[in-house]
Structures are given as structure tokens and as C-alpha cells.
Design a protein around this ligand. Structure first.
Ligand code: NAP
Length: 472
């Protein structure tokens, strides 16, 4: 099917097209417009012209539009899941989970639209401040440009469209080139949901053309980017004084203390490492386990990982499918080989079937090898032992990234120590780092980015705080 650009509330034929195929078997899925600089600028102008309309749209109407999107998605949930499954090679069961989360994300956005809070300021707390009534107002920041990755093509888009509309900002969405269908599908729902024309614009095309035009245009006030550190950092360097949120990559870790019941946590460890074949920004990549439990963790994970079924993403039984590109398969296999040469032993996996890398567990990978210190973004996890708690915390922190970390311990003192000392945006005690619900604050430190998502927090990033003071 030939898709059209969504600009100014109209579906517009593109000037140039590219074929979209499935990452699993290269089945043809459609033709996608590759927007030019001119088409991108047209989308920016359309959003810019709509900012006053949105600014005065009352909170209850913004909330209702978002509630409508949530309801429409609920009514079309299976179609949505199949789109994600086909274009991203996400196993259908996992795709359904993403749709369920997306429905919630728009619900949260609808609720948050109604409760954007202002604050009274006691000016007389400072000498000379007497005789004034003052308060803050959160105003929409202006045109938001959202650039999104392939791995959660519906829910991560919702984490940008939801707060932008809740806050009263028009938006231009540039989805990943491999996953445009989900974005156009959501645009259709917004159109039906009663969003003013021009408030949402969806344009597909090359990151280097569309993305760069968005980032350098003066009419855009906010850039919200989720993707790789390389692209995020390059955008930051071009964005000037625009507000910016960067949600980037990670090599997330978990620490397992002595005394933990391995059977209780093994399913979670396997889920964290291999869900959507490890292509999750908080995928579990590094396991640091107390030396007394190392063999138990290896055995429990091996047994569960070897039961995972690989195959076509639309097959109900599939747990693991193709990586997003052949290049990614080759890269992941090369990194596994590098770890083996450095002394790691392969507990399971370590091989490839077509574009599927089988779930791979490595024991004793060198901590300076790519599978440990780079972001693998594939189904690979390594297990290394520690003897002292401080050593484990140091190993987790010895990373360029800092998104989330998990900690399993029965010792409250160690749990608090980890929560204070781990250099990450979120510490999950007695859980894997891969845990996320959509209203919690979420984001990283170091090369994992800055700014926070989670609707309420993203609204803060997309609004300007204004002070109003009345002298009596
Ligand atoms: P990516 O290659 O960085 O692409 C992300 C987006 O940026 C895509 O829309 C891409 O467009 C666009 N882009 C590429 N080059 C650009 C440029 N020069 N200027 C402007 N935009 C450009 O990332 P990905 O492979 O899709 O996603 C995987 C990465 O995202 C991983 O690093 C993962 O950890 C990260 N991620 C982070 C989070 C989080 O919340 N922290 C969540 C999910 C994913 P094209 O597709 O057209 O190239």
C-alpha cells in the first residue's frame, strides 16, 4: 500500500517513495514517502500556524481528544499489533503488549492534560517581597518535533504525541524509516479523534534530511528524540537553544546478591534479556551475580532460554524473531566472537538462523569487550561473578551509559546503598532494569541522555514556566 504524508490535517502524496519490507522475510509491506526538505518545512509551517489554536484549546478538550485516541486504539488493537509485528518483526504476543501499553499511555496523557498544576509563590518570604500575589503558569512551549526509533513504534510515539497534545503544543512526528506504518495508523486515529487540523503532522523520510531540517528550523521550539547516542549527540550539537529531551541507549545491568532465590527471579532475567530479541533500550545485558549463585543462575537461565521459540513474528508461538537489519545480525555475531576470543564461554545460543540471532548467554565475558561495554541491542546477556557488594556496584557504574539498573537483594542496607550509589536514571530494587510502566519518570544519565519521559514529566519538558506577580 502506498502511504501519504500527513500535513496540515490532509493526506498528501509524496514526491519520492521507498519500498518497505519485513525484516524477517523481506515480504513487501508498502511504499513510504521520503519527504524532502520542502515537504518537511511545509509540515513545520502547518504546525507553527496551529500553535495559537492549540494554546487556547481548553484542557478538557485536549483531554477528550486523547481519551478518544485511546478508545479508538482499543477498538483497533489487533490491527495495530499486526502492523507493529510486520514492520518491526516484533513477535505478535509482544506487539499486543505494546498496544496495550500504548492505550494506557494515551489514557495517562488524557488525565495529565486535566491536571497541569500551577503554584502560588509566597513573595513575602523575601524582604521587599511584601504586598504581592504571585503564581506560576505552565505554558505550551511551542512547536514540538519528535524523532522516534523503530523498537516501540507505537508506544514511544505515544510518549511524545501524548504529552505534546496534553500540554497544548502542535507536533511534527518523524518516525523511524523501518516503522512508519504504526505512525500513520496513529495519525488516522488522531484525525478521527477531533484533533484540530495541523496540530499533528507525520512525515517519513531520511533522518539526515527530515531530522536535520526539524532540528535546525527556528519555528521548532522543542526537540524530543529517542534513538541512538550517536544521532542524539549530533542533534544536540545542532539544536542551539531549543528545549531538548534525549532518550538514548544503554547496556543495562542487574546485581544479584547472595541468598536470593534464583528460581523466583529466573523468568524475569530471561524476559529482560530476550524480550523483542534484546532490542529494548533497557534490555538486560550485564548480570553481576554473587559467586555463590553463579552456577545456579547460569543453569536456570540456560534451561529457560533454550525453550524460547524462534520464527516468524506473526506465529503465535514465536518468542524471538529477526533483528531489525542484516547488518545488526552481523554486528552482534561479531561481538559474540570477540567475547569468545577474550575468554567468554557460550552457555547457549551464539549462532544465527537467517536474520535471527538465537538467545545467547555468555559466562565470564571480559568487561572491556563490546558485549559488555557497548549497547548490544540484540539477544545477548553475560553473567559474571562478584564477591563483594561494592565491587558489583562499581562494575555496574563502570559504563558510559546510565539508564536503569536492577538489584536483587534481601538486605535493606545493601538495597539503599545501591539506590544511592548507582549512576542511573532509575534503580529497580528486586526487579530487572527492563521494568517500565508508562507514568513513571523515565530517562537516563551519562550517554543514556537527559530529560525525562513518563507523561507528567514529559509535559514539564514541553512547557515553559512563567511567573505572574500582582502588586496589590
Ligand atoms: P537511530 O538509528 O538513532 O534512529 C532513531 C531516529 O533518528 C530514527 O527516526 C532515524 O531515522 C532518525 N535519524 C537517523 N539519523 C538522523 C539524523 N542524522 N538526524 C536526525 N534524525 C536521524 O535509532 P534506532 O536504531 O531507530 O533505535 C535504537 C536506539 O534507540 C538504541 O540505541 C536504543 O537504546 C535507543 N532507544 C532508547 C530509548 C529510551 O527511552 N532511552 C527507547 C528506545 C530506543 P531513520 O530511521 O530514517 O534513520
Amino acid at each position: 500500500m502506498r502511504k501519504k504524508l500527513f500535513i496540515g490535517g490532509e493526506w498528501i502524496e509524496g514526491t519520492s517513495y521507498q519500498e518497505l519490507t519485513s525484516p524477517y522475510d523481506h515480504e513487501r509491506l508498502g511504499e513510504i514517502p521520503m519527504a524532502s526538505v520542502e515537504e518537511t518545512k511545509r509540515a513545520i509551517e502547518s504546525a507553527y500556524q496551529t500553535r495559537k489554536t492549540l494554546r487556547i484549546l481548553p484542557a478538557h478538550q485536549r483531554a477528550e481528544i486523547l481519551e478518544n485516541v485511546s478508545r479508538l486504539l482499543e477498538e483497533n488493537r489487533e490491527e495495530a499489533a499486526r502492523l507493529i509485528c510486520q514492520e518491526a518483526a516484533k513477535p505478535i504476543q509482544t506487539a499486543r503488549t505494546e498496544v496495550a501499553r500504548t492505550i494506557m499511555t494515551y489514557k495517562f496523557a488524557s488525565e495529565e492534560a486535566r491536571r497541569i498544576k500551577n503554584e502560588m509563590i509566597n513573595m513575602d518570604a523575601a524582604p521587599g517581597g511584601e504586598g504581592r500575589v504571585a503564581y506560576t503558569v505552565r505554558e505550551p512551549a511551542g512547536v514540538v518535533a519528535a524523532i522516534t526509533p523503530f523498537n516501540f513504534p507505537m508506544n514511544l510515539v505515544a510518549h511524545k504525541l501524548g504529552p505534546a497534545i496534553a500540554a497544548g503544543n502542535p507536533i511534527i512526528l518523524k518516525p523511524a524509516s523501518q516503522t512508519p506504518m504504526s505512525a500513520y495508523f496513529i495519525a488516522e486515529l488522531f484525525d478521527k479523534a477531533g484533533l484540530p487540523k495541523g496540530a499533528l503532522n507525520v512525515i517519513t523520510g531520511k533522518g539526515s534530511v527530515v531530522g536535520e531540517t526539524l532540528v535546525t528550523d527556528d519555528r521548532v521550539s522543542v526537540i524530543t528524540f529517542t534513538g541512538s547516542p550517536e544521532v542524539g549527540i549530533s542533534l544536540r550539537n545542532k539544536a542551539g537553544l531549543k528545549k531538548m529531551t534525549l532518550e538514548l541507549g544503554s547496556n543495562s545491568a542487574v546485581i544479584i546478591d547472595e541468598g536470593v532465590n534464583v528460581e523466583d527471579i529466573a523468568d524475569r532475567l530471561v524476559l529482560g534479556a530476550f524480550a523483542y530479541q534484546g532490542q529494548v533500550c533497557i534490555s538486560l545485558q550485564r548480570i553481576f551475580v554473587h559467586e555463590t549463585l553463579k552456577e545456579q543462575v547460569i543453569d536456570a537461565m540456560k534451561e529457560r532460554a533454550s525453550r524460547l521459540v524462534y520464527g516468524h513474528p506473526l506465529d503465535e508461538a514465536t518468542d524471538v524473531s529477526a533483528l531489525i537489519t542484516k547488518d545488526d545480525c552481523n554486528r552482534v555475531m561479531k561481538w559474540i566472537d570477540e567475547a569468545k576470543e577474550g575468554g567468554a564461554s557460550v552457555v547457549c545460543g551464539g549462532t544465527q538462523k537467517g536474520n535471527v540471532v538465537l538467545p545467547t548467554i555468555l559466562a565470564d565475558a571480559p568487561l572491556d569487550s563490546s558485549v559488555s561495554c557497548e549497547e548490544v541491542f540484540g539477544p545477548v546477556v553475560h553473567i559474571n561473578a562478584f564477591s563483594k557488594w561494592e565491587e558489583a556496584i562499581e562494575a555496574v557504574n563502570n559504563s558510559d551509559f546510565g539508564l536503569q539498573a536492577g538489584v536483587f537483594t534481601l538486605d535493606m542496607k545493601k538495597a539503599f546503598q545501591a539506590s544511592e550509589e548507582l549512576e542511573v536514571g532509575g534503580v529497580l530494587i528486586n526487579d530487572i532494569p527492563t521494568f517500565r510502566v508508562d507514568h513513571m519518570p523515565y530517562g537516563g544519565v551519562k550517554k543514556s541522555g537527559f530529560g525525562r519521559e513518563g507523561i507528567k514529566y514529559a509535559i514539564e519538558e514541553m512547557t515553559e514556566l512563567k511567573l505572574v506577580s500582582f502588586k496589590k
